[in-house]
Design a protein around this ligand. Sequence first.
Ligand code: TYM
Length: 328
Amino acid sequence: MARVLSCIQPTGAVHLGNYLGALREWVKGQHTNDVFHGIVDLHALTITETPGVLGANSLDLGAMLFAVGLDPDVATIFVQSHVVEHSVLGWIMECTVSYGELSRMTQFKDKAAKREADFVSAGLFTYPALQAADILLYDANEVPVGADQHQHIEITRDIAIRFNHRFGDTFVIPKAVTPAEGARVMDLQEPTNKMSKSATSDAGCVYLLDEPAAIVKKFKRAVTDSDSEVFYDRDKKPGVSNLLDILSAATGVKPADLATRYSQYGPLKADTGEAVVEMVRPIQERYAELMADRGELQRLLRKGADKARTVASATLDRAKNAIGFLPY
Ligand code: TYM
């Protein structure tokens, strides 16, 4: 049984990219692996300045994780700040990664550029060190993520290898796993950019809690390519291929096979919209039920944090012993 860890930031509504790239894979893996999934509020703090929002967003996201199908009896779902070991190992990781390595992270460069007029926290820069701690604390063999997280998993491996080399064999070296379809869901309006909550307009980003009519409309208005042929080629036909990828992820039919069924863009857009509406319908229903009992949600998240802490504290002790801190 592999140990699996992956996390998501409570920075706003969950979108189709999060679901197809990550959450759905987490659900699939929960019965065959020992899985830990964190709501990483400390990571979200790198770009949060308003009081109260982190807690509220963490609870909403907890409901969403259970609504997509994570079962609190088998999967360990926890809030990062409830497990203090993340912050402690995060610091140790900051001392194991170099300034140069952090400077090469494309997500930092992109995010810092987007925030040029805003406060750019040092936490945004050292973010990958905390992410490495998240992963290494759980001795994770596999980290199921969308393709945008590959560089962060690579740097985690580099940090773990360096630590093991310096202080002796301590951490498991993890590997990223990505789904065949859905690893990189693109913005419906700008299909060369990944779907993201920080996009300039909501028209290209489909949220799991969008009304069915809004979902259908977003797909109807999706930007396609200049000719009118339907075939699957992510470089030559980014818009159409994105729709085919999404429809494939929703139906289980390969994108190239789906392409042979369409000769026009209109029906492809309509069918993809409908397939997504059907896919999210049960999630929306469960989410509404779960949000009706916030006390129970908090109880489930506390239970997850207690379980996560038993694993995380043992790993942190191992790391501190390997370094050779003066015992307490
Ligand atoms: P976050 O919160 O941005 O996204 C959560 C997950 O959703 C995936 N994802 C996508 N997949 C496909 N297409 C897209 N357009 C798309 N957009 C997002 C992400 O790849 C991710 O798997 N740094 C991480 C959070 C994190 C983490 C960790 C992940 C913190 N610690 C430890 C794994 C392990 C992040 O910001 O994800």
